[in-house]
Design a protein around this ligand. Sequence first.
Ligand code: AMP
Length: 226
Amino acid sequence: MRIVLIGAPGAGKGTYAQYFREKYCIPHISTGDIFREEISKNTDLGRLAKTYIDRGELVPDDIVNNIVKTRLSQPDVERGFILDGYPRTIVQAVYLDTLVNIDAVIHLIVSEEVAVKRLSGRRTCPICNRVYNIYFEPKPINDEICDYDGAKLVKRKDDEPDIVRNRYRVFYETFKPILDYYRSKNILIEIDANRSIREVAPELENILITRNILKIKPCKPDVKPG
Ligand code: AMP
């Protein structure tokens, strides 16, 4: 199951990726997370990426492409993977096609208003990157604390409403050509993600099974969405 997940800020991308990762034991590969990790470790790559990210610019295609190539050559992608935040340019999309056959591109559609509401409650674990929401599912069992490692959850600076509205617009400017590219290849699945993940996840799994994309059995069948 080789999937690209596309969704505006607040669509729930991280939550869906986490659900699929846990239930099917396939890695969630987020180029943004890879950069954040490299930055926190202060590596050469991290310092270089930071110069672009801090200016609100995309990291150049050749750097991102190389990272994804290396990541997709690791053995844990054998059962499949979920790519998130990549591709972001047509150059990256064309390059990705030279690396692997993507089975489906899932576009989680969310309205701007729902996005703003969701992101004001979003919290992330700085250790394991699990994503929670203090207003919606999945809520942490204890306020502001990660269920798994007890770390204090953090709020991203760019989750403030005005910044979210701007990110939402920039998202569609950036991803429209990518969505068109995959639509023309007939592998784009668009789903209404204004609803809760409890409703959307089974629908999405059914679509993937019907199209013979989801062929692997869950490694943890008891994982529930949300
Ligand atoms: P994200 O968490 O996906 O929003 O990524 C955070 C930042 O990392 C972005 O704003 C970009 O500067 C950079 N980045 C992540 N993925 C890519 C990509 N595929 N191409 C270029 N830059 C990227």
